[in-house]
Design a protein around this ligand. Structure first.
Ligand code: V07
Length: 241
C-alpha cells in the first residue's frame, strides 16, 4: 500500500463492473442497453473517484474470457471505448484525468485500439487520477507472459535465475505502467458476485474487498463513497492493534 496522508484513502481502487446484462433484462430490454447505462456509471464513478483523491481507478472492462460471448455482443462491446471517448474526453481533461490501458492489444480491432491510443495521447500530460482500463485482460495470461519474458532474459544471460524476485516479476506485469500504484488497495465488485474472476491476481494480494448487491448501471458516486468509508474504517481498526 502506498501511504496517502492521514485520510487513508485507497491509492488504487479496482472495480469489476458486473450486472449490466441483468440490469437490461430485468426491464425487458436488450443487453446492450445495460452496457450503455454501464458506461454512464463509469462516468459518474470516475468523476467521484478523481474528486476523492484516488490515484488509480482500474476498471475491468473486457476480460480475455469475454470473447466467448455471442459475436454481436462482442462487436458491440468493442465499440464502447470509441463511444466512451467521443463523449467523455473533454470531461476527463477538465478533471485532469489520464487514461491508461492494460491488456492484450493484439486481438483488439484496430479502430478500437486507435481510439484508446488517441485518448491516452490526449490525456498524457494530465497529472490527476489515472483511469486505467483493463481491456482484453486476464491475470493468468499476464503472469504467463511475465514468466516468458523473464525466462528469455535468463536464457540471454541478462539475469541469473537465482536473482528473480517479486520486484522483477512486478516489472514484467502489465501494471508496470501504473508504478508506483501497482498493488490494489480496494477491490469493488457489483451485482452480488463475490469472486476475483482472473482480475489482477498478483496485485490483489493484500487488497480489501467490497461487494455490493447493486447492478453496475445503478452504481454512482455515493456507493463509491460508501465503499471508501468502509475501507477507511477497516484501516482504522487495523491501526488500533
Ligand atoms: C464497457 C460499460 C461499463 C460496464 C461494463 C460493460 C460495458 C467503458 C469502456 C472503455 C474501455 C476501454 C477504454 C475506454 C472505455 C468499456 C467495454 C465495456 C468493453 F479505453 N465502458 N465499457 N469497454 N461497458
Amino acid at each position: 500500500m502506498v501511504e496517502n496522508g492521514e485520510t487513508n484513502t485507497p491509492a488504487h481502487v479496482a472495480m469489476i463492473m458486473d450486472g449490466n446484462g441483468r440490469w437490461a433484462e430485468k426491464q425487458g430490454k436488450a443487453r446492450k442497453f445495460g452496457h450503455q447505462e454501464g458506461m454512464e456509471a463509469v462516468r459518474r464513478v470516475t468523476i467521484r473517484a478523481s474528486e476523492r483523491g484516488i490515484k488509480v481507478l482500474t476498471l475491468y472492462a473486457f476480460s480475455t474470457e469475454n470473447w466467448k460471448r455471442p459475436p454481436q455482443e462482442v462487436h458491440f462491446l468493442m465499440q464502447l471505448p470509441i463511444r466512451f471517448f467521443d463523449r467523455f474526453v473533454p470531461e476527463l481533461q477538465e478533471k485532469n484525468v489520464r487514461v491508461n490501458m492494460i491488456g492484450f492489444e493484439e486481438k483488439v480491432p484496430s479502430s478500437t485500439r486507435k481510439a484508446i491510443q488517441k485518448a491516452m495521447d490526449q490525456t498524457k500530460d494530465n497529472d490527476g487520477m489515472i483511469l486505467n482500463f483493463a481491456f482484453n485482460y486476464g491475470s493468468r495470461a499476464e503472469i504467463v507472459r511475465a514468466t516468458q519474458s523473464l525466462c528469455e532474459r535468463a536464457l540471454n544471460g541478462e539475469i541469473n535465475i537465482s536473482e528473480i524476485n517479486e520486484e522483477m516479476i512486478e516489472q514484467h506485469l502489465m501494471t508496470e505502467s501504473i508504478t508506483p500504484f501497482q498493488d490494489v488497495d480496494l477491490l469493488i465488485r457489483s451485482s452480488g458476485e463475490q469472486r476475483l474472476s482472473n482480475f489482477l491476481l498478483w496485485q490483489n494480494a493484500y487488497s480489501e474487498f467490497y461487494f455490493s448487491d447493486l447492478l453496475w448501471p445503478d452504481f454512482d458516486g455515493d456507493i463509491l463513497d460508501e465503499a471508501l468509508s468502509c475501507y477507511t474504517n477497516r484501516q482504522r481498526r487495523y491501526g488500533a492493534v
